[in-house]
Design a protein around this ligand. Sequence first.
Ligand code: COA
Length: 146
Amino acid sequence: MRFGPGIQTRQWIADWIQERAEERSVVSGLGTWAVTETDTAAVIGYCGLFSYPDIGGRSEIELGYRLARRFWGKGYATEAALAVRDHAFDALGLPRLVALIDPANARSLRVAAKLGMRFEREAMLPNYSYPDHLYSIERADVPTTR
Ligand SMILES: CC(C)(COP(=O)(O)OP(=O)(O)OC[C@H]1O[C@@H](n2cnc3c(N)ncnc32)[C@H](O)[C@@H]1OP(=O)(O)O)[C@@H](O)C(=O)NCCC(=O)NCCS
């Protein structure tokens, strides 16, 4: 809530989930996955690949993640994001992924670092009052021994 669009109504959230389900593209392979906890099968958040047609003049695919607060600090975001990263590079053949992160979002910055992403530059997005930090990773940067 602090680094996103803030607290929303249940209807806003229902519409958001519906839009994500409808935009899931079988052709491109991009879109949002639900993250579930193995032991309980509870849906605890999402992780996915999002297309940005123009970030500083370049088309980018973002790896994004968000979990419910009570499931933080268990390594779940890293586990989900590593799986999505590897799927993006190995199954979809994408050459590069980015993460757009508020510089004050220490947890997210740490997850990006654990994915092997590195700070590249600042990126000012529409309607933002200050720039996000753009982290990136190229397929060639990922160790092949995984
Ligand atoms: C970002 C988010 C997905 C992280 O989820 P998570 O399951 O807690 O992440 P993980 O447990 O895999 O890893 C978190 C890392 O941050 C570290 N961390 C936690 N609090 C921290 C802090 N205040 N400062 C620095 N690092 C911190 C943890 O120690 C861990 O690193 P480690 O494995 O080296 O110990 C979760 O906080 C979230 O959903 N936030 C709200 C949505 C959001 O900000 N999404 C990202 C938008 S760019």
